[in-house]
Design a protein around this ligand. Structure first.
Ligand SMILES: [Zn+2]
Length: 241
């Protein structure tokens, strides 16, 4: 009997595993009787949601070659407030993060979307707890884009999200998130991780930043992203004809 042939991917092509990160995770419910708090507690796996999100963020943005920001604890605070959610450091120490999530917003999510939307929002905010920001000099749109790119990668995509290349590359959120996904496809797995890693320790200078990473300015990359979408939709039309 011939011996089987085994194919092995050379270990050098595999990225090193992401570092184990175990911050203290806490949950604060300001009003347990609120419908939003009750709905949150009824969500399947709500007890492991925070730790799952930490693992997802770390595995998408880090290997062992780059230090992770020194976040020591994350507290999810569910409370009545306008808007959806935001992340901040505590008054005492920026290494302790708070994610504020609106119970009014949670109460208004449709039954069909409740689990994916809660996971998606917490995932987005958890990125802010563990991403680099060029010592505060990175464009806000890039920071928000990285957060929604991780959400996209975790498949918590809301129905209203769509790829679009009009406007500016750094308009933020899913607009920039899909652009980052294009870069990931074009320049290879780990491209967004490299974007985040480059935001560690040095101030953001647009030209140097993007040319250093991808050999082209971000304006050019954005244009090429737009062209790739036009070509794709042309192909789709031909296929449908
Ligand atoms: Zn955000």
């Amino acid at each position: 009997m011939p011996s089987p042939i085994y194919y092995q991917i050379p270990s050098t092509t595999l990225p090193p595993p992401s570092p184990p990160i175990h911050p203290l995770l806490r949950l604060e419910l300001r009003d347990l009787s609120s419908p939003g708090a009750q709905r949150f507690l009824s969500t399947p796996n709500c007890g492991t949601l925070l730790s799952t999100c930490v693992s997802s963020v770390i595995s998408h943005l880090y290997t062992r070659t780059c230090a992770v920001p020194p976040t020591r604890s994350v507290t999810l605070i569910l409370r009545s407030m306008p808007g959806v959610a935001y992340t901040t450091g505590t008054d005492l120490d920026a290494d302790h993060k708070e994610i504020h999530f609106s119970t009014d917003y949670i109460a208004g999510i449709s039954e069909a979307r409740i689990e994916a939307e809660i996971c998606g929002v917490v995932c987005h905010e958890m990125v802010h707890c563990f991403q680099w920001d060029a010592r505060g000099t990175a464009p806000g749109g890039l920071i928000e884009g990285v957060a929604d790119w991780v959400r996209l990668r975790c498949r918590y995509v809301p129905p209203h999200w769509k790829r679009e290349a009009d406007g500016e590359w750094d308009a933020g959120y899913q607009h920039t998130g899909y652009f980052l996904e294009y870069l990931e496809g074009r320049f290879g797995e780990g491209s967004v991780r490299r974007v985040n890693e480059k935001l560690k320790g040095e101030d953001y200078e647009e030209e140097r930043f993007w040319e250093g990473l991808f050999g082209e300015g971000v304006g050019r990359l954005w244009e090429e992203y737009g062209k790739s979408m036009t070509e794709e939709s042309g192909k789709d039309c031909k296929e449908r004809a």
